[in-house]
Design a protein around this ligand. Structure first.
Ligand SMILES: [Cu+2]
Length: 332
């Protein structure tokens, strides 16, 4: 029987991450291009350019998404003043998400959102997360960072059951969490991921803080991502930019949770930033304007915007930018 990739990646299937990954790689593999082919491609590109407006609209938010919709998603919880015990319960539910105008995806969601909630603890703090699996598939919760190996989140939580993970937060930095039930590209690509901020003792310097988690969505089940989004909705920050005051420190917590693509990144226009890789040092590793991240890699970046204006940000993987992952930070 010939299996279609849609069968492998739809909710009706459940096999074949390797098949999906293999097919996903075609778009960055380029063979040598002869000059005549370059010209032919240029013509095709120009033809597409004429339709650019219509093309771009496919990767904008659905009409009903209003300003403020992602406020809770990009605003991290305040730093905890008492580092004793952080305890949360997250149901995992099945839902359908319109990730871009007219493009829907069946998703799984920790606590009902994609990405899942931003978790924030102070290094050394005890953390308890109870997962209540209300879906028809097994899932689990795996944290990056260091913790007791017995709380690593590899056991499957059967449908209709729950499990509690308990560990000590560390090291300070920025760590992703995600479902670790195979095929991973399916469980992560369908929404089971989020960001875990671990503050150093005493915290970091005051700043306007935002969380940006990049996801890729394979909406047609062919093993190639079709839509990319910061915090789950394509084009949201192009339509509703983040607003920050001129001259004040901005801190972005950036996580790459894109499956099926080998790399993604973050590039800020017109200003450079201090880069803290994984957030595990208080001394910047680099001062730059691009950071490139493999799957599950993350970075904290800090900068101030010296004058009013619209500062664009996007991955420097142009296909991702064009398919929903472009946004703006407006300095006012
Ligand atoms: Cu899962």
């Amino acid at each position: 029987m010939r299996l279609r990739r849609r069968d492998l990646f739809g909710f009706g299937g459940g096999l074949g991450v390797a098949a999906g990954l293999a097919s996903a790689s075609h778009w960055w593999h380029r063979t040598r291009v002869e000059p005549s082919a370059v010209n032919a491609n240029a013509s095709a590109d120009c033809a597409q350019e004429a339709q650019a407006g219509a093309y771009g609209e496919r990767y904008m938010p659905p009409d009903e998404i209003r300003a403020g919709h992602l406020e809770a998603c990009h605003t991290p919880p305040p730093r905890r003043q008492t580092a004793d015990l952080l305890s949360v319960t997250w149901p995992v539910i099945e839902t359908s998400l319109e990730v871009a105008r007219g493009q829907r995806l069946n998703t799984w969601a920790y606590n009902g959102t994609v990405p899942g909630p931003v978790l924030r603890a102070t290094v050394g703090e005890r953390v308890q997360v109870r997962i209540d699996n209300r879906t028809a598939r097994p899932h689990n919760l795996h944290f990056h960072g260091s913790h007791d190996v017995n709380a690593d989140g590899l056991e499957r939580i059967a449908p209709g059951t729950s499990r509690e993970y308990a560990f000590e937060a560390g090291p300070f930095g920025l760590h992703p969490y995600h479902c670790h039930v195979p095929p991973y590209a399916w469980h992560i690509g369908r929404g089971l991921y989020g960001a875990f901020i671990v503050d150093p003792p005493g915290g970091r310097p005051p700043a306007h803080e935002y969380v940006l988690v990049l996801g890729g969505f394979d909406t047609d089940g062919d093993g190639v991502n079709d839509v990319y989004a910061w915090n789950g909705i394509a084009g949201y920050y192009a339509r509703y930019p983040l607003k920050v005051p001129v001259g004040e420190r901005v801190r972005l917590y950036i996580v790459n949770m894109v499956e099926l693509d080998p790399l993604a990144g973050f590039h800020l226009h017109a200003q450079t930033f201090d880069l803290f890789r994984s957030g595990t040092s208080l001394t910047p590793h680099e001062h730059t304007d691009v950071v490139t991240l493999g799957p599950a890699e993350r970075a904290i970046v800090e900068f101030t915007l010296p004058r009013r204006g619209r500062y664009m940000f996007h991955p420097h993987q142009s296909r991702m930018t064009e398919r929903g992952a472009m946004g703006f930070i407006v300095a006012v």
